[in-house]
Design a protein around this ligand. Structure first.
Ligand code: MIC
Ligand code: SF4
Length: 640
């Protein structure tokens, strides 16, 4: 059989199972990355596992999310992570160095390797021909401890890029076009493998923009071939030795093929409040804009900012617009400062933030009430920017920059000939923010007062009787389940405090409902738990007594996080049974352990008297985890 690139890499790193679609496999993990807002939990779990030595070739702990230090909490988390990094010899990236995905692409992504990261945008590394997968924190902790990662073998979808793009069509417009076509569910349980002549049109940072937003398709990961363009990028990064040419066989077989004609792609935006709500700029029209934010792990590259600077040079930001810029890494910031581009942006009236996630995760720069905010980011879920009634439009850096000047949504093609930016001969490699050391097992772990023990599941009871305390619609995000913003991110290591805000975008009294019920069940629609990898969206419900979530379908990472936490994720066998359930209904499951092993779980609705069937789609290993009360209890039993 002619093989896809993804299958070739998976086979080369396979340690368990048969890579057939839907079957559980385990891969050797070469690299891990964590960021601080999920990292505190990862390292608390690593410590709880009593690990002596980590098993990866490289593990990196980045501080990039919780950068506002309005109180001691974030700084305490940073100190905690720094001390754990020293203990295990994990490379530590200090605050200010930049966003994990941007830095990892620059310095460490390696064609053919396997990376797992406690952040859903880890697939950014796919731009470099590596299998890089976003995972829950506990999976990353286990990845470090055991050097392996379990997943269900995804289907492999080939996205064939054909034709030549038109002037002013950016990589962002290409992925928005794919999102419009495939939707936020289009990549669930799939690897998106790019091929075709159109790939030769794209630099590594542009490929990374596309693989980054594969997360918004719900994909397990996305990957580009490793070719002469990859080699060029690695040379500029001074690490040519990491290059390996990698591609699919010429007649590789795929589960699905999607052809994209680049000629058809036009400058576009994702309208509020979903990344797949895409329309062309011409169709949306020139709506007035209040805020423009440029940066993030999607569009924080050197070339992105050089284009922005070229558009802004000698001009002035519109009086009604607040333009905020946050380059993806300190290396990029330094280059922009040294070559004058930063001066051009500041001269036009841009507000400069440090290199980090910043406004993308609502850490400051919440727009004004009812604002239209154009962002070069990847998610525009309601309220994520910090202002519930603001509308966020996801756009390319070129569209963002020209609109900042005109004060209204503007197609960059109105600027005339396209601005082309060459990559520099040599990328910067600022050493000042990295802390490298050999493992120092004697290191004292710094635990500030905000760091509280995390909840753990208990052995599964054989009968569950609990009320439905919430019924949600489709596409509920982890930002809905456990919102994140400048007020809440400081509590990522304090589950009791976070629990006050669980589901607060949907109902104001979820915690009260849960406390009243003791044990409870949540009902969801399709794609339940899409978005981030944050396991807090499972740990907080666990803490509040949620024992099962029954949904029409789940997003991949969240489903694993539920199992890891010891909450049972079940899917309706017949979707129409969702309609027959009401909040407050008492549900009962008898013989739970046996039923889970069999894969079909019958639920009795004691309120209506009806019975309905649900499925558990996990592996036998995951059943064993649920029986043990979650992944940590399971690991403690000495099984992998
Ligand atoms: C996000 O973009 O939603 C985040 C914040 O990076 C999350 C991680 C988190 O919640 O800490 C993600 O994408 O996984
Ligand atoms: Fe950071 Fe935003 Fe990227 Fe998440 S999506 S890693 S918050 S820049």
């Amino acid at each position: 059989m002619q093989k896809s690139l993804a299958l070739k890499i998976i086979e080369s790193r396979l340690v368990e199972g048969n890579p057939k679609k839907g079957q559980e496999i385990a891969l050797k993990v070469n690299q891990t990355l964590t960021q601080d807002s999920t990292g505190t939990m990862v390292y608390l779990q690593l410590e709880a596992m009593g690990v002596n030595k980590i098993q990866t070739d490289l593990s990196v702990a980045y501080i990039d999310h919780n950068m506002l230090q309005a109180g001691f909490e974030n700084a305490d988390d940073h100190a905690f992570i720094q001390s754990v990094a020293a203990k295990y010899g994990i490379l530590f990236s200090k605050p200010g160095n930049g966003i994990c995905h941007q830095l990892h692409l620059e310095r460490f992504a390696k064609p053919g390797d396997v990376l797992i990261g406690s952040d859903s945008h880890t697939p950014t590394g796919g731009g470099m021909g590596m299998i890089s997968i976003g995972a829950g924190g506990l999976d990353v902790a286990i990845g470090m401890a055991k050097g392996t990662y379990h997943l269900k073998m995804p289907k492999i979808i080939n996205i064939c890029l054909e034709g030549k793009r038109n002037p002013w069509v950016s990589a962002k417009d290409i992925i928005l076009h794919i999102l419009e076509k495939l939707t936020v569910k289009g990549g669930v349980n799939a690897i998106m493998e790019y091929s075709g002549p159109g790939t030769k049109e794209l630099s590594v940072p542009e490929r990374a923009t596309i693989t980054n937003m594969g997360a918004e398709l719900g994909a397990t990961t996305s990957i580009f071939p490793s070719d002469e363009i990859t080699l060029g990028f690695l040379k500029r990064q001074g690490r040519e030795e990491d290059y390996r040419p990698l591609a699919a066989d010429s007649d590789a077989s795929y589960d699905e093929i999607v052809n994209i004609d680049l000629q058809e792609v036009v400058p576009s935006a994702a309208l509020p409040h979903s990344p797949d709500n895409v329309a062309s700029l011409d169709k949306i029209g020139s709506i007035p804009v209040d805020q423009v934010a440029i940066g993030s792990c999607t569009n924080g590259s050197y070339a992105d900012f050089m284009k922005v600077a070229a558009i802004l040079k000698g001009k002035k930001v519109d009086p009604g617009v607040s333009l905020v810029i946050s380059p993806g890494s300190s290396n990029i910031l330094k280059m922009l400062a040294e070559n004058g581009a930063l001066g051009d942006m500041i001269g036009a009236g841009a507000r400069l933030l440090e290199a980090g996630c910043g406004p993308c995760i609502g850490m400051g720069q919440a727009p004004k009430s009812g604002a239209v905010s154009l962002r070069t980011f990847n998610r525009n879920f309601k309220g994520r920017c910090g202002t519930t009634d603001a509308g966020v439009y996801l756009v390319s850096p070129e569209t963002a920059a020209v609109s900042a000047v005109t004060g209204k949504l503007t197609n960059p093609n109105t600027l005339g000939p396209e601005i082309k930016v060459e990559e520099p001969d040599e990328y910067e490699n600022a050493e000042g923010y990295w802390l490298k050391s050999k493992p120092k097992p004697e290191t004292t772990i710094e635990m500030g007062p905000n760091i509280k023990p995390f909840p753990q599941g208990s052995t599964l009871e054989d009968a569950l009787k609990a009320p439905v305390i919430l019924q949600t619609g489709d596409n509920i995000t982890t930002d809905d389940i456990m919102p994140s913003n400048a007020t809440l991110l400081p509590y990522r290591s304090n589950i009791p405090e976070l629990s006050k805000h669980c589901f607060s975008t949907i109902v104001s009294d979820f915690r009260e409902r849960a406390e009243k019920a003791g044990k409870s069940i949540v009902i969801g629609g399709h794609n339940y738990g899409q978005g981030s990898s944050r396991e807090h969206a499972a740990l907080v419900p666990l803490y509040l007594g949620v024992r099962a979530v029954i949904a029409k379908s789940f997003a991949r990472i969240h489903q694993s996080n539920l199992v890891n936490a010891g909450i049972i994720p079940l899917t309706f066998t017949k979707e129409k049974d969702y309609e027959a359930i009401n909040e407050g209904d008492q549900l009962e499951i008898a013989g739970l352990q046996q039923q889970l092993k069999a894969g079909t779980v019958i639920v009795t609705n004691r309120t209506s008297g009806e019975k309905f069937a649900t499925e558990f789609s996990g592996s036998s290993r995951e059943v064993a985890m649920l029986l043990a009360g979650g992944a940590l209890n399971y690991a403690a039993k000495g099984v992998s």
